[in-house]
Design a protein around this ligand. Structure first.
Ligand SMILES: [Zn+2]
Length: 387
């Protein structure tokens, strides 16, 4: 064997070894599932494809947990994982699914709205693949996701994304962003079909409230807030004032601009009878000028660079050495959601929605989110769903 041939074989082996060591963790991440224990309030688990059969069998299909009260009342859709790199919402919806009991009305809960985006991450940006939430029975592990659906599932991107049906020109990337593809269309690209199916769920069930849970950078003005269009603004304002007065945290109201299309807080209101609300909890992990994007930063939100920017008044949220921990973000989501449902029920008593068994801000900050998750090993196997 001459030297050249030997070099080629060695390089070939090195290449395959690199491919396996680099690719295997990503392959495993795509296949990792978090078990969710359907709690006492879950009466049915349906699929998003029940509202658009073409989603069946695709990666975009997802679980819809239905919690029906004994008394009829109003209906709400609660979504998380529109952007799976903003996971406080996912923790909040799973917390409701595992613990809530609904007395009046119906909740539809979609914990993993953009499944494709939840199965990839940003290794190029050094994102962790997972994060663990401590519980009394061990760590509950979650996949860290990405903002947009994977090109593995929706490809190629157009040069310019022409929003349907408003025809606004948007960035090509946003065709894979399920917070730009509302209200969607039945024969569109995969993410347009995901949002269309959710619109159909709302229209066919006469859903009155839609809450979409997100997180946003501390350096971005639309953070630590409730985004609401005109029709939801009054309820959002009362909610903002109530949580401030009763629970002591800020959550201001941001208007949903009429000329910025494709967003849930805009299109759900325009294309259905539902009152939409988008919740933004501050997430320092997503800010650009931070240290390494570690699991620790994702969970505690403590960063020295953001701290020095806070001292220069460059952040849009209060920020000190305590960072912005996950439990605080989950707590805010829960209290704001519960307050939205309470205020909606006051405004429309015949369409009231009442649930119990779920904690609010102070309890979650005190006990930690993990306190409320159930051990899947101890649970009835029939009650376990994989997200
Ligand atoms: Zn988001």
């Amino acid at each position: 064997m001459n030297n050249e041939k030997r070099t080629k074989i060695v390089l070939g082996i090195l290449f395959v070894a690199l491919l396996i060591t680099g690719g295997l963790p990503l392959w495993k991440h795509r296949r990792f599932r978090t078990p969710v224990v359907a709690g006492p309030g879950v009466t049915r688990v349906i699929r998003l494809s029940d509202y658009l059969p073409s989603l069946k069998g695709s990666v975009a299909d997802t679980d819809v947990f239905v919690l029906e009260g004994k008394e009829p009342g109003g209906k709400a859709l609660i979504m998380s994982g529109t952007h799976p790199n903003e996971p406080a919402g996912t923790l909040s919806t799973i917390l409701i699914i595992e613990n809530a009991t609904v007395e009046k009305g119906t909740l539809y809960i979609i914990p993993t709205f953009n499944v494709s985006a939840s199965r990839e991450t940003k290794p190029g940006d050094g994102y962790p693949l997972y994060f663990d939430i401590p519980t009394s029975w061990g760590a509950k592990r979650f996949r860290m996701g990405n903002r947009d659906a994977s090109p593995l599932e929706q490809w190629p991107d157009p040069d310019v994304y022409v929003h349907y049906p408003e025809k606004q020109l948007l960035s090509f990337l946003d065709i894979r962003n399920t917070n730009r593809t509302w209200p969607g269309r039945p024969n569109g690209l995969l993410m347009e079909r995901v949002t269309f199916a959710a619109m159909e769920l709302m229209r066919k069930n006469e859903v009155g409230v839609a809450v979409d849970m997100h997180g946003a950078e501390t350096m971005f003005p639309v953070t630590n807030c409730i985004v609401a269009p005109e029709k939801s603004a009054k309820i959002a304002t009362i909610v903002s004032m109530t949580v401030k007065a009763m629970e002591g945290f800020d959550n201001h109201v941001e208007p949903s601009p009429e000329n910025f299309r494709g967003l849930s807080h805009r299109e759900i209101g325009d294309y259905s009878d539902a009152y939409p609300f988008l919740l933004e909890a501050p997430i320092p992990f997503l800010d650009q000028p931070t240290g390494p994007k570690t699991e620790k930063l994702m969970l505690d939100g403590k960063d020295p660079f953001l701290l020095s920017l806070a001292k220069k008044k460059r952040l849009f949220v209060p920020y000190d050495e305590s960072g912005w921990p996950m439990d605080k973000r989950v707590g805010q989501h829960m209290s704001v959601l519960l307050e939205i449902l309470r205020q909606y029920s006051k405004k429309f008593p015949e369409k009231a929605i009442r649930m119990s068994g779920v904690p609010r801000y102070a309890e979650i900050v005190k006990n930690g989110s993990g306190f409320y998750f159930h051990d899947p090993v101890q649970a009835d196997p029939k009650s376990i769903y994989e997200e």
